[in-house]
Design a protein around this ligand. Sequence first.
Ligand code: SF4
Ligand code: SF4
Ligand code: SF4
Length: 331
Amino acid sequence: MQYKSIQKEEWDKALEQLLSSHTIFASVGNEFGQDYELIRPADIGKITYNRPKPATSLKSLFLPVKENVTSDRASEKPRIILGAPNCDIEGLALLDEIYLDADFNDPYYRHRRENTLLISSDCFGIQEHCHCLSYEIKPYSSGIADLSVISHEDKIIFRIISGKGEALLKSLQCEISVPDENILRSVEKKSHDTEELLRKANHLPDYSKTGKLVSGSGEDVWAKYSAKCVSCGACTTICPTCTCFLLIDKPGFEKVKQMDTCQYPGFERVAGGEDGLFELHHRFRNRYMCKYVWKPQKFSSRACTGCGRCIEACIGKINKNEIFRELAGNV
Ligand code: SF4
Ligand code: SF4
Ligand code: SF4
């Protein structure tokens, strides 16, 4: 893997120049946490590097909650998204398999993907519910994104992942050098330390074993854990890999695509009134079957990347990992 280095001061100036030709979203922090924000020149100094993880998932920048799919998007500026953690980048791999499918191509999603340069951010440190490594997802990116960014003292280091990323660096009017071995060793150590933190924080069954535990479990488990669920849909809305949507016809031949969730009552109701997911605990179980049993049968990318957002967002304080620990017998 190739690495390049730019002085942080020069990188900030380069970002300011890029704003004249690109729309830039980046992870911005404040005292409450951090989230993806649309960047203006005054925000460049507030961009956070290598901190896990924005409150919203990267999905929202590719699949808005609601959009008119009969509108024209051709005039949009190219986009740069800076600071996505690898759990979000890996989530995008599943969205690509679904929305870029040759037979069911979504031109709006494709346009955004092709029009976006992705700069991921290595995570140095973890948050309480991060568990990417339990599902063999590393806390740094070496594929799918175009570049990966590491802030080191007064320098910004880039791991070059794609030709598109390399071309962006070449186009910048700043001095670019190769980082010395000591810097790269320090980056490697930080990644190693983060992996150790993830290992210590999580004693979970791996992804395929989780699927077997979920499909082999009885109804009582789902009834017990769904007792505190209020069907709000926060867990699926915030999830980087949930993909369900509705198409709604509007007056004037407009069509609106709106994100949907299996946690809402009526998700599976058909015109005749039948509803396979009428019972709350059946809807609750559906999310687990979808992520750990059905999606792995159809797609090669993970349908849970271990970001932990569904646990943080749940109003009923339901922790999916406690279910897996109970099912695995290590409670
Ligand atoms: S069925 Fe549920 S869990 Fe699966 S993608 Fe749709 S909303 Fe997410
Ligand atoms: S199921 Fe939860 S932990 Fe897994 S990717 Fe979705 S939000 Fe993250
Ligand atoms: S976030 Fe919690 S309460 Fe809301 S639908 Fe998901 S499991 Fe139920």
